[in-house]
Design a protein around this ligand. Structure first.
Ligand SMILES: CC(=O)N[C@H]1[C@@H](OP(=O)(O)OP(=O)(O)OC[C@H]2O[C@@H](n3ccc(=O)[nH]c3=O)[C@H](O)[C@@H]2O)O[C@H](CO)[C@@H](O)[C@@H]1O[C@H](C)C(=O)N[C@@H](C)C(=O)N[C@H](CCC(=O)O)C(=O)O
Ligand SMILES: Nc1ncnc2c1ncn2[C@@H]1O[C@H](COP(=O)(O)OP(=O)(O)OP(=O)(O)O)[C@@H](O)[C@H]1O
Ligand SMILES: N[C@H](CCC[C@H](N)C(=O)O)C(=O)O
Ligand SMILES: [Mg+2]
Length: 496
């Protein structure tokens, strides 16, 4: 497209230089610019994309989108007020607004996004609907699955993937929408059919500063939902909210979409009762606006009842019958790295889980303690360059539920690994937890080995925080690391 043509989508933008310049693609990273690309300069949190304009020019960029005119760069420039917003708009233009060619169901919340997206996707796919998925673990469509570096892609990548999805025939995209994504406008321009909210508890305070700011970021999802009422049911827009989470009242007030609620404790449109949790699964009764049924999940934990209820709501809104939903939910074994059992025939249980927030850890520990006959041994850590205030809290939660706690590394990134462990241990010290009940082992492999060596029959070893991850980030290096493989090796090592 020509620069002048692109400018028509950006009101009050200003062209410096030749407007007849052809832009064949869009790039936001100078290292990935191809000849003929439009390079959008994004002011970042660490560096300023404007500083890389000369590099982009060298790589063959034909024009720039800038927030301030760059005199020293000899390229035509489209000056805008907000280059992130320009990126969202232009990405939609470039990829022909893919979200209007399919139904996009988005899931936001502190915990349970990945799990809920897989449940929804499974139910829809079982109805012979052509589905795609984008989230923490992978993006998946057209028979391909590609691991994802982050939960919600930048708008440029998102529109690209959505376009690939519709071109491969997808009717639905089920995706996770993180608070970072909402704050940074990564989903601006994406038309959502349904926005699902799981829950709001502490995480990411390094980025959002306070719980109010964090809630406001999540709120952007609901306040930006469609503001028109269509007579065509296919065009209607819904917000699915957790009646038991206080933040839902706030989101309900913010949105113009039709609200459907789910929950256990409080009255809700989709409500579970008679919840029974065992080591093998979770069963419950559910009343909905489309009838009632009993469901037996193979996934354990009360939190998974909430995830299932959210998925039931989203699927009912697509016209799937409750019976079909039940069949799909009951068939699902679970989601990669979420309360995943590691079984090498050992006499004790080993569970790998992705709990990396205080609430997530408390939920999974509570679940595990409910069916553990022996002791619970918990191995976990906290990510570096992330919310530091959650560290001592997670330490306290671990010691409250587990008989023995091994504090270890979980992606220290650029922080001092030992210092992170000390931050976590501060919580246990404050609670006067006896020193023999916990230990600090920086090396995660050693920590897992130690937990497995000390486990006796009927104990449960919970390895939390990394779930499906297949790496350990230390400094800026990425090391191969998979809790499940390391645990298996440690179990096999026992008999030697
Ligand atoms: C805090 C945050 O979200 N940061 C994201 C943001 O980074 P940034 O604004 O700091 O970017 P920057 O590194 O300063 O660079 C600015 C611009 O210069 C460009 N650049 C930079 C270097 C260079 O050589 N050439 C160049 O052109 C960059 O491509 C970018 O366009 O924009 C970058 C480009 O899109 C993202 O990669 C980066 O994600 C970082 C890596 C990240 O870790 N994000 C996490 C916190 C995140 O987004 N997590 C959420 C939630 C997880 C969950 O709870 O599920 C997620 O959705 O994954
Ligand atoms: N509804 C829920 N409420 C509380 N905790 C949950 C819930 N669902 C899952 N969890 C816990 O949180 C962990 C992460 O779950 P999941 O990956 O589904 O969440 P997520 O929101 O996608 O996380 P992320 O922010 O990293 O993408 C699980 O391993 C489990 O321990
Ligand atoms: N999406 C979350 C995942 C955290 C997982 C944990 N293993 C860590 O690295 O802190 C984040 O980026 O904060
Ligand atoms: Mg996720």
């Amino acid at each position: 497209m020509l620069l002048t043509e692109l400018a028509t989508y950006l009101i009050a933008s200003r062209i410096h230089g030749d407007g007849e310049t052809l832009c064949q693609g869009i790039a936001i990273d100078s290292r990935q610019v191809k000849a003929g690309d439009l390079f959008i300069c994004l002011p970042g949190y660490t560096v300023d994309g404007h500083d890389f304009a000369p590099q982009a020019a060298e790589q063959g960029a034909t024009a720039l989108v800038v927030e301030r005119y760059l005199e020293h760069v000899d390229l035509p420039q489209l000056q805008v007020r907000d280059s992130r917003l320009a990126m969202a708009i232009l990405s939609n233009v470039f990829y022909h607004t893919p979200s209007s060619r399919m139904k996009v169901i988005g899931v936001t919340g502190t915990n349970g996004k990945t799990t809920t997206t897989y449940l929804i996707e499974r139910i829809l796919a079982d109805q012979q609907m052509n589905t795609g998925l984008i989230g923490t673990i992978e993006r998946k469509y057209a028979g391909k699955a590609v691991p994802m570096p982050r939960t919600t892609p930048e708008s440029l990548d998102l529109q690209h993937y959505l376009n690939e999805m519709t071109e491969s025939g997808a009717d639905y995209c089920v995706m996770e929408v993180s608070s970072h994504a909402l704050q940074q406008g990564r989903v601006k321009g994406t038309k959502f059919r349904t926005a699902v909210f799981t829950n709001l508890t502490q995480d990411h305070l390094d980025y959002h500063h306070t719980m109010e700011e964090y809630r406001a970021a999540k709120g952007l999802f609901f306040s930006r939902l469609g503001n028109t009422y269509e007579s065509d049911p296919e065009q209607r827009i819904y917000a699915v909210l957790n009646a038991d989470d206080p933040a839902s009242d706030y989101f309900a007030k913010q949105t113009a979409a039709e609200v459907v609620t789910y929950g256990v404790e409080k009255a809700a449109d989709i409500r579970a009762s008679n919840i029974v949790i065992t080591a093998r699964g979770t069963s419950f009764h559910v009343d909905t606006f489309q009838g009632s049924t009993d469901i037996s999940l193979r996934m354990v934990g009360k939190f998974n009842v909430y995830n299932a209820l959210a998925a039931i709501a989203a699927a009912l809104l697509e016209g799937v019958t409750l019976n079909r939903i039940k069949e799909s939910l009951e068939a699902l074994k679970g989601v990669d790295g979420r309360v995943e059992a590691v079984d090498e025939g050992q006499s004790f249980a080993v569970i790998v889980d992705y709990a990396h927030t205080p609430d997530g850890l408390e939920n999974v520990l509570r679940t595990v303690t409910e069916f553990a006959v022996g002791r619970v041994i918990c191995v976990f850590g906290c990510g570096g360059d992330r919310d530091r205030t959650k560290r001592p809290i997670m330490g306290q939660i671990a010691a409250r539920y587990a008989q023995h706690v091994i504090i270890t590394s979980d992606n220290p990134r650029t922080e001092d690994p030992e210092a992170i462990l000390v931050d976590i241990a501060a919580g246990l010290k404050e609670d006067n937890v006896a020193e023999e009940r916990y230990e600090l082992i920086v090396d995660r492999r050693e920590a897992i080995q130690k937990a497995i060596e000390m486990a006796s029959s009927e104990d449960v070893v919970l390895i939390a925080g990394k779930g499906h991850e297949t790496y350990q980030l230390i400094g800026t290096a990425v090391h191969d690391f998979d809790d499940r493989i390391v645990a298996k090796e440690a179990i096999r090592g026992l008999s030697k």
